[in-house]
Design a protein around this ligand. Sequence first.
Ligand SMILES: Nc1ncnc2c1ncn2[C@@H]1O[C@H](COP(=O)(O)OP(=O)(O)OP(=O)(O)O)[C@@H](O)[C@H]1O
Length: 333
Amino acid sequence: MTDALLQTPVVTADNLSRDYEVGGGAFSKPQILSAVSGASFSVMPGRTLAVVGESGCGKSTLARLVTMIETPTGGTLNIAGNDVTPDDWSNLRSTVQIVFQNPYGSLNLRHRVGYIIEEPLIINRPDMPKKERVARVREIMQLVGMRPEHYDRYPHMFSGGQRQRIAIARALVLEPKLLVLDEPVSALDLSIQSQILNLLIDLQERLQLAYLFISHDLSVVRHVADDVMVMYLGRAVETGSKEEVFANPRHPYTKALLSATPKADPRGASTRIRLQGELPSPLAIPPGCPFAERCWKVQDKCRAERPALDGDSHKAACFFPEGIDAEASAPVA
Ligand SMILES: Nc1ncnc2c1ncn2[C@@H]1O[C@H](COP(=O)(O)OP(=O)(O)OP(=O)(O)O)[C@@H](O)[C@H]1O
């Protein structure tokens, strides 16, 4: 990669949003569900942005937007210096590839491993001679730690970790610049998780890949991330470097999430904050801070106004990130 490319973000999202129309019928209007609202971030080559949050916060929708599987309903997306528009994305498709949580579901079980990895080349590089394609597949298999004899085997003959290696090889064969990793180790045994995470870290260093790493598991995020974006109900509520967010979480929701994660140093004090109440329906997001009803620091202002994501490098969407020290009254488990 040239120096200029190394200094250009591989992906930049500005106010990216995705609404869905849900329900509605002959006698009622559909409702609008904001699955992702106003997400802004960028990822440089060789860096990992982790997107974290509980189920339903919009992580997978964000993954589908960045991989151009779905079009945004608002905001802009720029991939490797090119603005993505509905009419002009197909030439950028190979720049961004995705690895899903469940390699069993994402691989075609009727095909042999060699063909599974080769298929994107057959579709996207029809002029590439077969011999060159096979050589490329074999090279990628070696890169992800697979043996040459695996070429002719079927996915069902492999363990979950090996199948995830096949999925990673398939994602890499078109030489993308960005990998969207959607919970890539969540379906694997703990002992295998670290092998796959270390493989991803190694591949990133060698190929200067940018990663958008989607995970609900903060121990995994602590292992792989450079930067972190915490999402709640489709909105980013905190962004910053991994060090900043883990050492000094500013948003109460991030504090609660982190308090539920095993500490790097188990001797450190650990008090688990127990969130009150339920996640509001995404169809009825409160007008002020979307976290207000579950927040132990809540003030009148929080229910009336929506806080912006504020700060320098470490931002939080909270009116009182450190102003009101109510940590002592946080509900603990
Ligand atoms: N195609 C769709 N039509 C309507 N609503 C959708 C659609 N896709 C997602 N949603 C809604 O958007 C919100 C965000 O969903 P999304 O799957 O992105 O969350 P998530 O954080 O990835 O959750 P999970 O970890 O459970 O997959 C949810 O309320 C979901 O029901």
